[in-house]
Design a binder for this molecule. Structure first.
Ligand code: FES
Length: 97
């Protein structure tokens, strides 16, 4: 599945994003000026995501513009637990002496 345009207006998200940047439009201004998101409304979440992230082609249905929360394993990998860091420092100190 490739989702890359507002079907009601025929405007590609890439084109909408380029116009928003060129004319320094807010998201509501972009929708008002182009009509994207103002027909059936199905593309609003994609236009919003494109505006926010720069992504203009989507391969899945989006129900919300919100970013999915990071996976639990990712959060742990990015931020070491304080207890583990303290334990590691202690082990190094003990090994030296
Ligand atoms: S698909 Fe964009 S308003 Fe209908």
């Amino acid at each position: 599945m490739r989702i890359d345009r507002c079907v009601c207006t025929g405007r590609f998200f890439e084109s909408l994003l380029a116009q928003a940047r060129a004319e320094d439009l807010s998201l509501p201004q972009l929708m008002e000026r182009t009509g994207a998101g103002r027909g059936c409304g199905s593309c609003r979440v994609y236009v919003s995501r494109a505006y926010r992230t720069g992504q203009t082609v989507f391969g899945e249905l989006l129900e919300s513009d919100a970013e999915p929360p990071p996976a639990e394993g990712d959060a742990q990998a990015a931020t070491p637990a304080p207890a583990a860091a303290a334990r590691d420092r202690g082990a190094t100190r003990d090994a030296g002496g």
